[in-house]
Design a protein around this ligand. Structure first.
Ligand code: NAI
Length: 242
């Protein structure tokens, strides 16, 4: 159970982040949802969380912005009194072959996916150290494990997240702060709406179907509740990357 815990989830207004927020709420956690632009969608996720009798509030923040993420963490601390769990889920794609990829597409993906996680971890760490408690979960990708043609920027950002996860896990272990990553495969969300179950890539998945956001949320809940797993990467990919 996560009763009494305060969980911050970035990119929580839809997809995997929304599923994590609702799952955590169902386990009793209070939810601080960080969204980038769609306040209506964020409010809807908060409403779903409130249905479980927990607190849930939405905070607008571009996680790629160092100062904005600092302010968001401070505001959440003010509103909720503490932060126990941080899920770095916000992510974007700007796909293209390396020969065609624009510098801006590389920079933007690294800024949101990797630097965004750094920003949030950096600002939450003093709170975690003071409390001698923290659970950090970074949403990476099988693209970060295997590399994916057409996603040099995204694969680099997601592989970077795994290095970040392991370094932070080693640094903060003595403070009872764990840091783990989840590497989802193909999950049915807006990010993958361009391909359906008939996509040839789905045939390469041993379990022969795309995953559901709720299936990633289950792994996130497991890691949020675990006290002795740190520096781990859990694939939720139907066997794709084994
Ligand atoms: P999505 O596109 O539905 O949701 C991404 C969320 O991140 C959105 O709520 C968006 O507003 C938010 N976001 C984007 N930039 C932001 C910023 N600068 N600041 C704050 N929030 C921002 O995507 P989905 O599928 O739910 O992805 C969630 C995470 O899971 C991402 O990190 C993605 O890379 C990862 N992932 C997704 C897979 C999939 O198949 N859908 C596979 C592997 C990893």
């Amino acid at each position: 159970m996560l009763k009494g815990k305060i969980a911050v989830i970035t990119g929580g207004s839809r997809g995997i982040g929304a599923a994590i927020a609702v799952k955590f709420a169902s386990l009793g956690a209070d939810i601080a949802l960080i969204y980038s632009g769609n306040s209506k969608a964020a409010e809807e996720v908060c409403q779903a969380a409130l249905g479980y009798g927990v607190r849930a509030e939405a905070f607008q923040c571009d996680v790629a912005d160092f100062e904005a993420s600092k302010a968001a963490v401070a505001e959440i601390k003010n509103r909720f009194g503490k932060i126990d769990v941080l899920v770095n889920n916000a992510g974007i794609t700007r796909d293209g072959l390396i020969a065609m990829m624009k510098e801006a597409d590389f920079d933007e993906v690294i800024s949101v996916n990797l630097k965004g996680a750094f920003n949030m971890i950096k600002h939450c760490t003093p709170l975690f150290i003071k409390a001698k408690y923290g659970r950090i979960i970074n949403i990476s990708s099988v693209s970060g494990l295997m590399g994916n043609a057409g996603q040099a920027n995204y694969s680099a950002s997601k592989a970077g997240l795994i290095g970040l996860t392991k370094a932070v896990a080693k640094e903060l272990a003595a403070r009872n702060v764990t840091c783990n990553a989840i590497a989802p495969g193909f999950i049915q969300t807006d990010m993958t709406k361009s391909f359906g179950e008939d996509n040839p890539l789905v045939a390469a998945i041993p379990l022969k179907r795309m995953g559901r956001p709720e299936e990633v949320a289950e792994a996130a809940a497991f890691l949020a509740m675990s006290d002795y797993i740190t520096g781990e990467v859990i694939r939720v990919d139907g066997g794709l990357a084994m």
